[in-house]
Design a protein around this ligand. Sequence first.
Ligand SMILES: [Zn+2]
Length: 79
Amino acid sequence: MPYYIAYGFVRGACCHKHRSAIAAERCARKDDRACRRHYGRSAYSDRQPTRVTGEPEQYHRERLTEDARRAVDVEAAGA
Ligand SMILES: [Zn+2]
């Protein structure tokens, strides 16, 4: 069963298994705010909503397509 995480090369993966890309996007934005709170105004999180498939040991991370990302942005902004 694929799921979504907020993942960034620097920040790593969040500890959740989100059921939707939108939930993962919200999680990434939360992490972005947390970075600013802890490290100052110019800090940011590089986490992005990421689709995960496969077994935990060898899971496959997949960036969202441009279209999927745009849809997520629109929904997350309206939430
Ligand atoms: Zn998360």
